[in-house]
Ligand binder design. Structure first.
Ligand SMILES: Cc1cc2nc3c(=O)[nH]c(=O)nc-3n(C[C@H](O)[C@H](O)[C@H](O)COP(=O)(O)OP(=O)(O)OC[C@H]3O[C@@H](n4cnc5c(N)ncnc54)[C@H](O)[C@@H]3O)c2cc1C
Length: 558
């Protein structure tokens, strides 16, 4: 059922399942923009024509220069450096409490540490990471080769699942914490998994996953951590010393991990939030807790502050900037957002930098600030952004983005010949904006995963998708965006007229400008316009067109 084709509308299973989740729990008004976003997907480009192949060669040449020239310098630099890759810093895999019967492997004793000289098992494809990008790639490979032998390896221990509900729907009424199910906007039950966990043949031992899939299973999941990839030998090394080989290709879809604070926090009193396991633990904690301090000012911290404030817990959100989402929103909008989040009962502490934390048996966790003050809470949640899990690529001497650390890929999402990468972990060339980007959002994970998967089976499709993202901060702020949303850029905002101050920025569109060109568009409580926004970026529209292009967004329609 999970992998069934969407009947009648020509959408592939991957589109149907992945995008259905994204739109599942939100307003029906957004369905229009879903259709548009899919019309621009790379999968819609025809393949095989002469023009396309010339296009591909051009892309490959340009992309190869972009990747392999820096790679050459990176390699010559790194030969001097004999330090080991810093993969050991990755947090250890966590198990879900009270795992469901389908996750019975979690209770097995640990696989012994062995060092094998020859590969313990061989697979057609190995995908490192079991997130959205990996699942999208798996579906894309199976579209071409339904019986492909794909091994997905995850150190998180769960089959592929989506993360957005972890800060939204799963905190609302009707969610089931253990089953990870939630209610969509129609009142229907959904879960976070792309395919039912029981559809994966799951083990912590690779040799148990060799050979054809038994009936009733549609995928293979190895619970392990990959520490090295050798593209020339076509092998992957696990942290228990086991060596695996792949015949056809490898995908790096390792995502990102949360940034750590600069100071230590008392054990058991802090959650660095990213995974389903973090959600389950925090959900339990909120039941036994009176106050929670959320540190961080990104989408995740703000979404969680709004979601947890409806739980009868005193929520404080603190950050260094002077307003919510201050690195993303123009100042007036950031200040207004802060006032709306305060009105939902969140105690907001802007301009706050924490320096240390300790546990006081009587008061709870005392987190000290740089100005000599402190904030006391029963529990602390950290949402400090993500950093890419690119250690495996660094170890294999693939190029990484010198600034942000993502795996540098060419336009076909190849890191080096035969090794593809997708999702949060990649640094890719945005063709419309003419710059390298890392984009840690769901739509990019879906579409880059799909492109990498189809290229693994020989498609040679360039990744030209302009990824969108969305965020929802409480019931009043529901946004979609494309391009670069950087608060240091000049912006032009067009807002629906409202007389009451608390509704002043109820609905509108904000254009971000770089050298007078529109490079980012934020649609604020405005739906169904993603396709329009993408076209504006692709056409490189300029500031003097603003009054014309603002008209496309129907801001003043009720
Ligand atoms: C709580 C939350 C809410 C979000 N909400 C939104 C939203 O509203 N809108 C939006 O656009 N985006 C949202 N995002 C972002 C979106 O979920 C991510 O962009 C997406 O999950 C990225 O998918 P991925 O497959 O690249 O990486 P991931 O989902 O991070 O998956 C990578 C997997 O690889 C595993 N892994 C890493 N290294 C190894 C290794 N060496 N060996 C084995 N396994 C490894 C990791 O443990 C992980 O399970 C949200 C993210 C979070 C955390």
């Amino acid at each position: 059922m999970y992998r069934a084709r969407a009947a009648g509308n020509g959408l592939s299973a991957i589109h149907a399942r992945l995008l259905e989740h994204r739109w599942a729990a939100i307003s029906p008004r957004r369905v229009g923009s879903m259709t548009r976003s899919m019309a621009t997907s790379p999968g819609d480009h025809g393949r095989g024509s002469k023009a396309d192949s010339e296009h591909s060669i051009l892309y490959w040449t340009m992309a190869s220069c972009a990747v392999f020239v820096p790679l050459f310098f990176a390699l010559t630099e790194r030969r001097k450096d004999s330090s080991p890759p810093d993969g050991a810093q990755h947090p250890p895999p966590k198990n879900l409490p009270n795992a469901s019967p389908t996750l019975a492997w979690e209770r097995k004793s640990h696989v012994p540490h062995t060092t094998s000289r020859s590969p313990e098992a061989s697979f057609g494809y190995i995908f490192v990471g079991a997130g959205t990008a990996s699942f999208a790639a798996e579906e894309a490979v199976r579209e071409k080769d339904p019986n492909a032998d794909i091994l997905i390896i995850s150190d998180e221990g769960l089959p592929p699942y989506q993360r957005p509900p972890l800060s939204k729907e799963l905190w609302l009424e009707g969610a089931d914490v253990q089953q990870l199910t939630f209610k969509d906007w129609r009142g229907g039950n959904r879960d976070i998994f792309y395919a039912h966990p029981s559809s994966y043949l799951t083990s912590a031992s690779a040799s148990e996953l060799k050979g054809p899939l038994p009936s009733g299973k549609s995928g293979k999941l190895l619970v392990a951590k990959v520490v090295a990839v050798d593209p020339s030998k076509k092998t992957v090394s696990l942290d228990n010393g086991v060596l695996l080989s792949f015949e056809r290709g490898v995908l790096l879809a390792t995502g990102g991990r949360p940034r750590q604070p600069a100071f230590s926090l008392p054990e058991g009193k802090a959650t660095i939030y990213r995974t389903a396991n973090d959600y389950q633990q925090l959900e339990q904690i909120t039941k036994a807790t009176k106050s929670i301090l959320i540190i961080g000012n990104g989408f995740l911290g703000s979404e969680l502050a709004a979601a947890l404030s409806s739980r009868g817990v005193n929520i404080t959100q603190a950050f260094e900037e002077d307003g919510h989402l201050a690195l993303t929103l123009p100042r007036y909008l950031s200040q207004w957002t802060t006032s709306r989040i305060r009105s939902q009962g969140v105690n907001v502490l802007p301009n706050t930098r924490f320096t240390s934390a300790k546990e006081d048996p009587k008061r709870g966790v005392v987190v000290e600030t740089s100005d000599g003050g402190s904030v006391v809470a029963d529990h602390v949640v950290l949402t400090l952004g993500v950093q890419p899990n690119s250690e495996v690529a660094k170890g294999a001497r693939m190029a990484v983005d010198p600034e942000k650390g993502g795996i540098a890929v060419n336009s076909f999402l190849e890191a080096v010949p035969g090794v593809y990468a997708a999702g949060d972990v990649i640094s890719f060339q945005d063709t419309a904006l003419g710059q390298r980007r890392q984009f840690e959002h769901h739509d990019h994970a879906v579409m880059s995963g799909k492109t990498a998967g189809s290229n693994l089976v020989g498609a040679k499709t360039p990744y030209t998708h302009q990824p969108m993202f969305w965020f929802e901060v409480g019931p009043e702020i529901n946004c979609e965006a494309v391009g670069i949303l950087d608060a240091t850029l000049p912006t032009v905002g067009v807002w629906a007229k409202e007389d009451q101050a608390e509704k002043r920025y109820r609905k509108g569109v904000v254009f971000y400008l770089r050298e007078k060109q529109v490079v980012g568009i934020l649609m604020w409580n405005l739906f169904g316009k993603i396709g329009t926004a993408r076209r504006i970026l692709e056409q490189r529209r300029m500031v003097h067109d603003i009054s014309e292009i603002a008209g496309y967004f129907d801001v003043h329609d009720s």
